[in-house]
Design a protein around this ligand. Structure first.
Ligand code: FAD
Length: 406
């Protein structure tokens, strides 16, 4: 029996786990290790921050989920990966050996890299930040709101689109959902009481898609009087301002940002990442230097943008690559990435975006409709009630086909 360890039980790690579990006890033993007791479903965090939803609906308990499926769960932080000797060191002092390792550790949201964030900044990227933001939003009585993503930097070992922001979808949700809450629930006026401004480090906002989604987003920004500022690289958040690298400042009473993404310290310390710590893989998600290490999701150098949908595509490829190696009769799916996300815009409004122009394709769709909102609700609920298990492949493929027909 081969010993498989999955490091990190987020979107990618759980997807790998569900793809491999039919081999447990036949060909493999699986151990899942995560520092958290619960996996965090980040796509539903904007509902926590702007609609006051309970955080419990964004959490999937891990021990029972994993162990009821005949695998082992260890709640611990991995602090070293000795890839030459197939050995992991955990914070508790324990060591774990493996035959095959899946690195699905996600990316660190590096709030500390933004000067002034701790004192004055807000975000939506984790359970603590989303709940803290809701407390602020609830009591916000008006003023200037500025939102945007900080610039992230990536390594160069693999060929991936060099995006300046890891993913600007959440910024779309922040601006539209907050605007909806302030007008519809708090009855504040855009003209008199508050103003939302958005910045992007890129030349173009939503640089990972093509013109169609950008035009839809732009149209609704105009309608809601949200102004866009391009080429703004975040430098500092102050008590009543936000400052950029080009020397400009904007007045700001509420700054909501996506911080820079970085690789977890363990990967930098273990020397298995690229120059920024992200895992370099081939397109079958195998580590470029270590044959028995696979990776998927935000932690891979190939994942651009950092998106749950990309994590799922890569998780399926990584799992199939191992299955094939173990003699299973499977096809390894191609590494055909696309941007697929549903942007909640508050109330019944949402826009579903499907685009592969970033990777040279021709699909570039945006569906602004209450149907998109229903699909987001259905997808988030499915994930929650099925313990992080994705809807079956045929349902995902049907959704994909449906949107491409629009
Ligand atoms: C606000 C927000 C909204 C989003 N909305 C969408 C959306 O609508 N659609 C979409 O497709 N994507 C969305 N995304 C992106 C999506 O959430 C990520 O791309 C996805 O979570 C990546 O999955 P992952 O498994 O790679 O990493 P993660 O989900 O981050 O999981 C990594 C896991 O590794 C664990 N871990 C990390 N370090 C260690 C360590 N040293 N030891 C042990 N365990 C460790 C963590 O605890 C975590 O459980 C959103 C992101 C944010 C922030």
């Amino acid at each position: 029996m081969k010993k498989v360890i999955i490091l990190g039980a987020g979107f990618a790690g759980l997807h790998v786990f569900y793809k491999l579990r039919h081999l447990i006890g036949k060909k493999i033993d699986i151990t899942v290790i995560d520092a958290r007791s619960h996996s965090l479903l980040k796509p539903s965090l904007p509902e926590v921050a702007f609609e006051g939803d309970a955080i419990s609906h964004s959490l999937v308990e891990l021990k029972h989920t994993i162990e009821s499926r005949n695998a082992t769960f260890i709640q611990d932080e991995v602090i070293n990966i000795d890839a030459k000797n197939n050995m992991l060191k955990l914070k508790s002092g324990a060591n774990e050996s493996y035959d095959y390792l899946f690195v699905t550790l996600g990316a660190v949201k590096d709030y500390d890299a933004v000067k002034g964030f701790k004192e004055y900044g807000y975000s939506v990227c984790d359970d603590t930040q989303a709940q803290r933001l809701w407390q602020r939003v609830k009591t916000f009585e008006g003023g200037k709101i500025v939102t945007g993503a900080a610039k992230s930097t990536w390594g160069t070992r693999v060929d991936a689109p060099p995006l300046l922001a890891p993913c600007e979808g959440p910024i779309g949700e922040i601006m539209f959902m907050l605007d909806y809450y302030l007008t519809e629930d708090k009855h504040l006026s855009r003209e008199k009481d508050y103003k939302v401004d958005v910045f992007t480090p890129g030349e173009i906002f939503f640089e990972d898609v093509g013109d169609t989604p950008r035009e839809v987003v732009g149209k609704y920004m105009q309608k809601r009087k949200i102004d866009l500022h391009n080429n703004k690289v975040l430098q500092e958040i102050g008590k009543d301002f936000i400052a950029f690298e080009d020397g400009t400042k904007m007045e700001c009473d509420l700054a909501i940002i996506i911080p820079p993404y970085s690789a977890p310290q363990v990967l930098k310390d273990s020397n298995i990442g690229d120059e920024k710590g992200f895992i370099p893989t081939d397109k079958q998600m195998r580590h470029l230097d270590f044959d028995n290490i696979f990776a998927a999701g935000d932690i891979t150098a190939l994942a651009q943008p950092k998106l749950g949908h990309v994590a799922i595509i890569q998780g399926a490829i990584a799992a199939a690559t191992l299955m094939k190696e173990l003699g299973e009769d499977v096809e390894i799916p191609p590494h055909d990435l696309e941007v697929f996300c549903i942007m909640n815009m508050g109330g019944h409004d949402a826009t579903m975006i499907v685009s592969d122009v970033l990777y040279g394709g021709k699909t570039d769709k945006a569906l602004y409709s209450p149907i998109s909102k229903m699909m987001k609700w259905g997808f988030d609920s499915y994930l929650y009630y099925n313990k992080g298990h994705m809807p079956p492949d045929f349902a995902l493929e049907m959704t994909d086909k449906l949107v491409k027909m629009v």
